[in-house]
Write a protein that binds this ligand. Structure first.
Ligand code: XIL
Length: 399
């Protein structure tokens, strides 16, 4: 029988009509895990299949549809979540600083309750993220005197963190973002010497590039069933795409357990026309090449953090030019919908390698893009501030 990570009722629902990609993916997991133990993300409760239009049902034969949630939205946006999504990612609650704020003091309370909500609704959970240069407490990188931690100490801390976290959630997570954002836009490894402070990686500073392979090995040992992903943004930039490819190829050649690549896909309403801006390359054609290149390594691809900002990269906006509910007109909404439709056409074309598409939020009243210090409001998701479907929703449902 089809063995989905998404709970019994949804398994039946999906299994009845399931096509190539999920079945193949499920068969792979079943074979790998045969005789070992229960499938990852064992079901916990009943699921009522949604009545009426549902994104997750519409895409059931292609790939799961996910949303990033926070402790508030998992409740306030529950009707939309249950209707349209069959996977969640916790927006911040599984990051290093959320789970191990001080050394050895793990707190899983909040993440556990969110995972339980997902399970009781038959949803799968993506784990995000075991290693990142951001949202990691300072203690991780220093010794008792405040000097940089030694290689041995940092590696032991990384191992312990991954053992405990991936071990704790074993059986509940179908895919982990193991390493997040290790490559810069120009294709270099991210180092501790980047000009902007919030871009620096102390993982690299102390361990060099070896931390990447180590993290994947630790994660696989802690949860052999979970699919392990390398997650990255702006993968449409040719030089960055190539650097990520070379890195992954090397990891695979060394036998490192990496199973997929996450494309964050924080997109914009149009590509940039500014020479040298990353957004110049933000086109369907470039992303097409990216997906094909990673797939050529035999890796799965997941879109992990999709949203589509109404602002154009490289353009400086004065506060009076910020969009408001009044200036986010039907025409702007239609343009955004057109671009969403084009990218979804691409995702469907690659459904044999794309094993998930997750939005970074649910509705426009709760998006990280409206939470920057500038106060600039954005409208990047499929549902509006009142939770009504936008034109983009209609466009991607219509195929
Ligand atoms: C963001 C969250 O959405 C914010 O709430 C938080 O303040 C910062 O992190 N790439 C990632 C995500 O991999 O973890 C980030 O999430 C968005 C960019």
């Amino acid at each position: 029988m089809f063995h989905s990570p998404f709970g019994p009722a949804l398994s039946l629902l999906l299994g009845a009509t399931l096509g190539s990609s999920l079945v193949a993916c499920a068969a792979r997991s079943a074979a790998e895990g045969a005789g070992a133990r229960e499938a990852t993300a064992a079901p916990a409760g009943p699921v009522t299949p949604p009545v009426g239009p549902s994104l997750a049902v519409k895409y059931a034969e292609l790939f799961p549809i996910g949303a990033a949630v926070d402790p508030g939205s998992i409740q306030t946006h529950a009707p939309l979540l249950k209707q349209h999504f069959n996977s969640i990612t916790l927006e911040n609650e599984m990051k290093f600083e959320s789970l191990e704020k001080t050394e050895g003091a793990f707190d899983f309370t909040l993440a556990d309750s969110m995972v339980a909500t997902a399970k009781s609704n038959g949803m799968g959970v993506r784990g995000h993220t075991l290693l990142w240069h951001r949202q990691t407490p300072a203690w991780v990188f220093s010794d008792a005197s405040g000097a940089p931690a030694s290689k041995q100490v940092l590696l032991a801390r990384l191992k312990n963190h991954i053992d405990k976290v991936a071990g704790h959630f074993r059986g509940s997570i179908y895919a982990w973002d193991v390493v997040n954002e290790a490559i810069m836009d120009d294709g270099r490894y991210r180092t501790q010497d980047e000009p902007e402070e919030d871009q620096r990686s102390k993982w690299h500073g102390i361990l060099g590039t070896s931390y990447i392979a180590e993290a994947f090995r630790f994660a696989h040992a802690a949860d052999p069933q979970a699919k392990l992903f390398y997650n990255e943004y702006r993968n449409y930039i040719p030089v960055k795409r190539q650097a990520v490819y070379e890195m992954l190829k090397g990891l695979l050649a060394d036998g490192v357990p990496v199973h997929g690549v996450g494309l964050q896909c924080h997109l914009n309403i149009e590509p940039s026309s500014v020479e040298g801006n990353h957004g110049q390359y933000q086109t369907v054609a470039e992303l097409d090449k990216t997906i094909a290149l990673y797939a050529s390594l035999g890796l799965e691809v997941q879109v992990t953090e999709l949203d589509l900002s109404v602002y154009v990269p490289g353009v400086k906006y004065a506060p009076e030019q910020y969009y408001t509910a009044a200036t986010f007109t039907d025409a702007v909404e239609a343009k955004q919908a057109e671009r969403y439709a084009a990218f979804f056409e691409l995702f469907r074309k690659h459904a044999s390698v794309i094993t998930g598409v997750t939005f970074w939020g649910i509705a426009d009243d709760n998006t990280w893009l409206s939470e920057f210090d500038s106060g600039r409001k954005d409208f990047p998701l499929l549902f509006d501030e009142q939770h009504a479907p936008k034109q983009a929703f209609e466009r991607i449902m219509n195929f």
